[in-house]
Design a protein around this ligand. Structure first.
Ligand code: NAD
Length: 246
């Protein structure tokens, strides 16, 4: 009844909206969860980790030390490897294309793409992903349909879709699955920062005329982290209330 009992899950961005729901949901499935978020979010991270009886790990995933610190955390808790990795940490730096500076491009690329690929490469090189591991990536409807002011963000989220498809093929021989979820507008700290009009448009694009909640996404992630992983490997699943695509 608890498919992840005795298994280790890592969730990045665990102090945020979707991350926190995901750590709770994976803990419900029996997983021991390593909750990763930036040092600046330490308090929210510790709350999330204690809510799921998990292990908080305050690191910035863009730091070159991040994979090493994660591996050290694993050995500290006496675990040989990772069964589930949810690459959930992500940022926006929204601006019209003309006004977007190089820094805003670079920060979004670093967190949403480069840190993820660097982490995967390091974990594979170290043999830290167990046979049968499940990898889940947070893409976005912005990576499928695009979104005004999010050329940088949509670019990274679209890239993850192709990345997952290729990765799934590469890792299948180790029994490792890789899937992505592409949420539409979800009510989280990330979208709470957006202008009122942007949020209203996000809600109205949903066919049910409301924003999604983090647990909507966490449910799908839990499904991909358990039974559905191998069957769905390489796919990107929309979680958007049949969002009308522009
Ligand atoms: P959020 O801002 O609530 O949470 C993101 C978390 O990631 C934060 O706690 C943040 O501190 C952490 N983080 C950021 N940079 C980090 C770094 N360098 N190292 C470690 N942690 C870092 O956002 P959310 O809405 O919960 O989004 C989670 C994921 O879902 C993101 O990848 C986002 O792009 C994606 N997504 C969100 C929506 C939405 O509408 N909310 C829609 C589609 C996709």
């Amino acid at each position: 009844a608890e498919p992840l009992r005795g298994k280790v899950a890592v969730v990045t961005g665990a102090a945020g909206g979707i991350g926190r729901a995901t750590v709770l949901r994976l803990a419900q499935e029996g997983a021991k969860v390593i909750c990763v978020d930036v040092p600046g979010a330490k308090q929210a991270l510790e709350e999330a980790a204690s809510a799921c009886q998990g292990i908080p790990l305050a690191i910035d995933i863009t730091s070159p030390e991040a994979p090493k610190l994660l591996l050290q955390c694993l050995s500290r808790i006496g675990e040989p490897g990772i069964d589930v990795f949810v690459h959930n940490a992500g940022i926006t730096r929204d601006k019209s294309f003309a006004n977007m500076d190089q820094n805003q491009w670079q920060q979004v690329m670093d967190v949403n793409l480069n840190a993820i690929i660097g982490m995967d490469k390091a974990l594979l090189a170290q043999g830290a992903l167990k046979q049968g591991a499940r990898l889940v990536y947070l893409s976005s409807i912005s990576g499928i349909a695009g979104n005004y002011g999010q050329t940088n963000y949509g670019y990274t989220k679209a890239a993850l879709i192709g990345y997952v498809d290729g990765l799934a093929e590469t890792l299948a021989e180790q029994g490792i699955s890789a899937c992505a979820v592409a949420p539409g507008f979800i009510e989280t700290p990330m979208t709470r920062k957006m202008p009122f009009v942007t949020r209203e448009v996000g809600r109205r694009l949903n066919a049910f005329k409301q924003g999604g909640i983090p647990m909507d996404v966490a449910q799908v992630i839990a499904c991909l982290a358990t039974e559905a992983g191998p069957a769905m490997s390489g796919n990107t699943i929309r979680v958007c209330g049949q969002q009308l695509l522009g």
